[in-house]
Design a protein around this ligand. Structure first.
Ligand SMILES: [Zn+2]
Ligand SMILES: [Zn+2]
Length: 749
């Protein structure tokens, strides 16, 4: 005799707009089960009944085989009495209550769609806008909630009868695929010249011809416009740099597929998974020399190449037509935000691009490409944007009242947190730029609307001059919480790892205001989410000229070495200003680790002045010999307060080696190892005093893979449990998560 079983299943997470109900429908039908499924306010609800074994098989497959874009956070199963359902149905959604269904991230074209794209017999053969429930644009086209076609930028495109039939068929891959379309009803691709006049012929073929002829083509992507040239063409790459006013910051390259990418860079399994994954970030990889040439202007002075694979059908078609890798860099001038509105793009990029490959589906939300870097045993997310945002990060403890965290000044993101979820926005950028600031303010409103959320607590940096702080303080009727910059870094690492602390937090960073009025950035904090204490720091040095020292790293060499520079080139090169730097009236004190790296980079002749943020430290890492095992020593001193790490010892040791004729690559290696050793020794001292045995590493300096790897190795060898970033950047892009975590922890106390 068969025993009938009935269960009610509630599934929470990213389960709406990702094909979850059709998946449940076909699973139930395959297993011969009866019941129904519907969306409700915070997930999917399933009633299922049938043979005992069938129901058990259903519950197993529900999580194991869930649709590609879903992310199940929790499944609740309650047994009940069989209701005598006949067959399985998809019920209409529950329209009541707050709408907290989550908008998915933009997703690379899936294999099923790629097969159709390549099939001459398919009605979507070579259709640049092909997508389905498992792939396509999401966050960047959503205007409002619920996530439904009429509230996306696909609203103007009425479904043709064929597309409508698929859209309404629960057995079809395009059931309720909101952006679905075909050549008969979808957006139209056009190629325009720099004045906006439409060019005739096949837009993709003509764009490819222009690229192969060395022209710059603006290409409308998912989150904004890119600028493209062929990657092998030095003249074209140099032209693009000149027109964009981007002197040295590396360009990213898009390859047609993994096989082509392998001819440009060394790609291990981790890197291959990142490149082919549905988020499709730019992946920083060790470049290969030889098989496929890349123009020297693409990534000057770097052993790495930022590589990505096509993530829209348009990219796939274009790359196939060009038949070689292309540079694909953000469509902007210098440090402006990436252009995403058609009129604005034509205005701002007309002096840069010779042609525009564009279309009439609007981009509602600007989103840059994400950037990740594989590391031994993990990855570092350097920029979290398209493909990742707005996926929520699960929190260890529920947030009592909704929190908005306004983030940092540079590399801004903001964060909204409620329940057990934190939503970190896509990378917004430098709030010193007016357009970026507008994106920040509008972005917060948009996310609040999408999440149906009114923040009751607003967290922000304490510095009153930051635009993010000013915006935070203008929000009335909420509780404000100021979170110190480096505490926010460590809290971010704790939240990223679901760890409550306390830990020894090592925040190695650029500049952040300390409560003592100096600029911090080489800090050892005893920290948990509710507070911190400064236990140790790099010895403060003057920053001759203040901000001028950030742009001119040689000033930091002068600050560290002063008059002790026996025959060093860096002093000779800057002799005219060296003495003035030492007596500069404006020379704020800083314990910043970034400035220590700057000093050594300039000392080694790598960089006296920089053209983009963090350039000197980045190039110092590139120069270092990874095989070098020597390490410069740094003294630890104390006068009763926090321990002081004498960073100047490292600079002087490097200067002595240089004067003795040692290879700069060896010196750079010994310096990195010396910093890792100094961090470890300081943590051992702190452990002795506090009993803390876990270390959290955060701050922009840990974008440096060599420093991160060496530090983790030494700390582990010394018996520490080490927390590093996993889901958000170690740099200022992760600050908003830390601010939110601190504000929530203080609220829950
Ligand atoms: Zn698809
Ligand atoms: Zn259609």
């Amino acid at each position: 005799m068969t025993t009938l079983k009935r269960v009610d299943v509630h599934v929470e997470g990213i389960v709406q707009g990702v094909g979850f109900r059709p998946f449940v429908y076909s699973l139930a039908n395959r297993l011969g089960l009866a019941g129904r499924v519907h969306n409700d306010v915070n997930g999917v609800h399933i009633e299922i009944e049938g043979a005992h074994a069938g129901v058990e098989a259903f519950l197993t497959a529900l999580e194991r085989d869930a649709p590609a874009l879903s992310a199940i956070e929790r499944v609740t199963v309650v047994s009940g009495e069989p209701a005598g359902h006949h067959g399985f149905t998809i019920a209409t959604s529950d329209p009541g209550g707050p709408r907290r269904a989550l908008v998915p991230a933009d997703t690379a074209t899936c294999d099923d769609c790629l097969r159709e794209l390549a099939d001459p017999a398919d009605r979507r053969h070579r259709h640049p806008f092909i997508n389905c429930t498992n792939c396509g644009p999401r966050l960047t086209i959503v205007r409002g909630v619920p996530y439904d076609r009429h509230l996306t930028t696909m609203a103007p495109f009425g479904l043709c009868p064929d597309c409508a039939r698929e859209y309404h068929d629960p057995g079809d891959r395009r059931y309720h695929a909101q952006p679905t379309c075909c050549p008969a009803c979808g957006p139209r691709l056009v190629l325009r010249d720099a004045r906006g006049t439409e060019l005739c012929g096949d837009p993709i073929a003509c764009a490819a011809t222009l690229l192969r002829a060395g022209r710059v083509v603006a290409v409308k992507g998912l989150g904004g416009y890119h600028l493209a040239v062929t990657a092998s063409d030095e003249r074209a790459a140099a032209t693009l740099r000149g027109r964009k006013h981007r002197e040295e910051k590396p360009f990213a390259v898009m390859a047609a597929d993994l096989a082509q990418a392998r001819r440009l860079a060394d790609i291990d399994d981790t890197a291959a998974a990142l490149l082919t994954g549905r988020a499709r970030p730019i992946v920083l990889l060790p470049r290969r020399d030889g098989p496929l040439p890349v123009a020297s202007s693409v990534a000057p002075g770097s052993r790495l190449l930022g590589l990505m694979l096509p993530y829209t059908a348009l990219h796939h078609l274009l790359l196939a037509e060009v038949a070689e890798p292309i540079v694909l860099t953000s469509g902007n001038v210098s440090d402006e935000p990436i252009a995403h509105e058609d009129g604005d793009a034509l205005t701002r990029l007309s002096g840069i691009a010779d042609a525009f490959l564009t279309h009439d589906r609007a981009i509602h939300l600007r989103a840059d490409d994400s950037v990740v870097r594989p590391l031994p045993g993990g990855i570092t997310v350097l920029r979290r944007a398209r493909g990742y945002a707005p996926e929520p990060l699960a929190l260890r403890r529920p947030v009592p009242r909704p929190v908005l965290a306004c983030g940092a000044q540079l590399d801004n993101t903001f964060c909204l947190a409620y329940g057990r979820r934190a939503f970190v926005s896509q990378h917004i950028g430098d709030l010193g730029n007016h357009d970026t600031l507008r994106s920040f303010v509008e972005g917060i409103d948009h996310y609040c609307h999408l999440l149906d959320l009114r923040p009751e607590i607003v967290a922000h940096d304490p510095h009153p001059g930051h635009p993010a702080t000013r915006h935070a303080l203008e929000i009335a009727g909420v509780d404000h919480v100021a979170v110190q910059h480096h505490h926010a870094h460590i809290a971010s690492c704790l939240a990223d790892n679901g760890d409550p602390g306390p830990v020894i937090g090592v925040a190695f960073d650029g500049l952040g205001h300390g409560p003592d009025g100096t600029l911090w950035g080489g800090e050892f904090l005893r920290a948990d989410l509710t507070g911190y204490e400064r236990l140790a720091h790099l010895a403060p040095v003057p920053m001759p000229g203040g901000a001028a020292a950030v742009r001119q790293p040689w000033r930091m060499t002068a600050a560290y070495l002063r008059d002790d520079h026996p025959g060093l080139d860096v002093a000779a090169r800057n002799a005219a200003h060296w003495a003035a730097a030492l007596t500069a009236a404006h020379a704020p004190l800083t314990s910043s680790a970034a400035r220590l790296f700057d000093a050594v980079a300039a000392l080694l002749g790598i960089r006296d002045t920089i053209t983009y943020d963090g350039q000197a430290a980045l190039e110092l890492e590139q120069r270092a010999d990874p095989a070098e095992t020597g390490a410069y020593p740094a003294a630890l001193t104390t006068t009763g307060g926090p321990l002081v790490v004498e960073g100047g010892d490292l600079v002087r040791a490097a200067a002595a080696d240089l004067a003795a004729g040692t290879d700069p690559a060896v010196i750079a290696g010994r310096f990195h190892n010396g910093v890792a050793a100094a961090i470890t020794r300081t943590c051992v001292e702190v452990r002795h005093d506090t009993g803390l045995t876990a270390v959290a590493l955060s701050g922009g300096l840990f974008h440096n893979a060599l420093l991160l790897d060496r530090t983790v190795q030494r700390l582990r060898a010394a018996g520490f449990r080490v927390l590093t970033h996993v889901r958000v950047p170690p740099g200022d892009g992760g600050i908003s998560l830390g601010q939110a975590a601190v504000a929530a922890a203080l609220d829950g106390r």
